[in-house]
Design a protein around this ligand. Structure first.
Ligand code: UD1
Length: 428
């Protein structure tokens, strides 16, 4: 298993360009199941999770042309053309779903187009139990017969029928699954308490390009009028706001001057607001953000609470925690989305961080000089936080289990090396 070795305390200077969003690419791929036409996606990031989706598709007989290609520019992404005309099974097996929960995104499209699906229940994961009950309940409301047998969700339906769905909890992939399912249902579906993430709006735009009738995506009430069939489309994957946010936090923590390019600053407002509160200067253009921290003083401590978009994203919580160790006082992090998403605290403590956890609240004391240590990545975003910790720590930090990082960050060590970090990947 590969390891990352980081020699810390270098300031970062230069530009980092951002790739397509993992969390937009996965639903965009799943949407291809809704049509027999070609769905051509550009700016698809080359990430382990996308590769898992490709493996899932190949397992189903769905062709994915182009993704295997290589490019010398890690940020240019790939184009992939998906075609389902030779699809031969409606099943997503456990061996693939267990490595990537987002495989559940094929459920809605399969039932909508083929009237049947068999998808493994994802089970628990490092950041909590993460049930899919809301996806299942909503599909049942659209008239599907759902049963759970031998760890699989079996769904059948003649043709789904539009209905009013009110999600108890805002769910991103749940909203995406039902929005996709409803595009081919008979009649109108209303989704209340829908997730408002940019990835939802981007999926809606793609579905409309494919002939769907959708209004309200990006608000908490989405209306979908079902149509008889959808056609192929071409679509660019939107920039990854979490990747962009991770590099902005890295630059803020390490100091220097870094321009994060090819992003949408409006998708980063909650983070930018908090960076500003922490005393970080930034400037932006339509598609880039530059952060500056040239003085070696402590930052101002700030508090964050993770909540659905447009509030502070849970996927940047771990990274921001590292920044708060550099505050002048105490910062409080309240994690409201996932019940077990503070596992990085134990690793950060090994590096000298002074953090106390009470239930879903982490109390982060500032003015801490982190020290390099051997540490272990626990989940995708926690891994990114450990990299940032390594960048600002004294001496050498050695991070193992970095396969988590490869699920969501393309070429992270190349991107960081280019702006002055001393970071290398070694085979363990
Ligand atoms: C998506 C993102 C993930 C991000 C998360 C929250 C993708 C592929 N993943 O995950 O990166 O961290 O949104 O922004 O887009 N819940 C239920 N029952 C359900 C579904 C969800 O109780 O059926 C709960 C979850 O346990 C969690 C909350 O709802 O507490 C929000 O989860 P959800 O938005 O569904 O997360 P994902 O879509 O899995």
């Amino acid at each position: 298993m590969d390891k990352l070795i980081i020699k810390g305390r270098n300031k970062l200077y230069g530009k980092v360009s951002i790739g397509g969003a993992k969390n937009a690419a996965l639903p965009a791929m799943a949407a291809a199941i809704l049509t027999s036409g070609d769905v051509r996606l550009s700016k698809v990031p080359h990430l382990a999770d996308v590769t898992t989706m490709v493996a899932l598709f190949e397992n189903m007989g769905i062709s994915t042309t182009g993704y295997g290609g290589t490019t010398t520019d890690a940020t240019s992404g790939r184009s992939v053309t998906i075609n389902t005309s030779r699809m031969n099974t409606y099943e997503a097996p456990y061996k693939l779903v267990k490595t990537m929960r987002a495989s559940i995104l094929v459920l809605g499209p399969l039932v909508a187009r083929y009237g049947r699906a068999r998808v493994s229940l994802p089970g628990g994961c490092a950041i909590g139990s993460r049930p899919v009950d809301l996806h299942i309940k909503a599909l049942a409301s659209l008239g599907a017969d759902v049963s759970i047998e031998h760890g699989y969700i079996n769904v059948t339906a003649k043709r789904l029928t539009g209905a009013k769905i009110v999600f108890d909890t805002t769910t991103v992939t749940g909203t995406e699954n039902i929005m996709m399912a409803a595009t081919l249902a008979r009649g109108t579906t209303i989704i209340e308490n829908a997730a408002k993430e940019p990835e939802i709006s981007s999926l809606a735009e793609q579905l409309v390009n494919m002939g769907a009738r959708i209004n309200g995506a990006g608000t908490d009430l989405i209306e979908i009028q079902g149509v008889d069939q959808l056609h192929g489309c071409s679509m660019d994957i939107i920039p990854d706001r979490i990747e962009a946010g991770t590099y902005l936090i890295a630059a803020a923590a390490a100091g220097g001057e870094v321009e994060v390019t090819g992003c949408n600053p409006r998708h980063l407002d909650a983070l930018l607001f908090k960076l500003n509160e922490a005393g970080i200067e930034y400037s932006e253009t339509a598609d880039s953000v530059m952060v500056r921290r040239n003085r070696d003083t402590w930052l101002k401590s700030a508090n964050i609470k993770t909540q659905p978009y447009p509030n502070f994203p849970t996927d940047l919580q771990a990274q921001f925690m590292v920044l708060l160790t550099q505050g002048d006082d105490t910062g409080i992090i309240t994690e409201t989305i996932f019940e077990n998403r503070l596992m990085h605290v134990a690793e950060l403590r090994r590096m000298g961080a002074d953090i106390t956890v009470e239930n879903n609240v982490a109390i982060v004391r500032g003015k801490t000089r982190l020290m390099g240590a051997p540490i272990m990545a626990t989940d995708l975003r926690a891994s990114a936080s450990l990299v940032i910790a390594g960048l600002i720590a004294d001496n050498v930090t050695e991070i193992s289990r970095i396969y988590h990082l490869d699920r969501g960050y393309e070429g992270m060590e190349e991107k960081l090396s280019k702006i002055g970090a001393q970071i290398e990947r070694v085979k363990a």
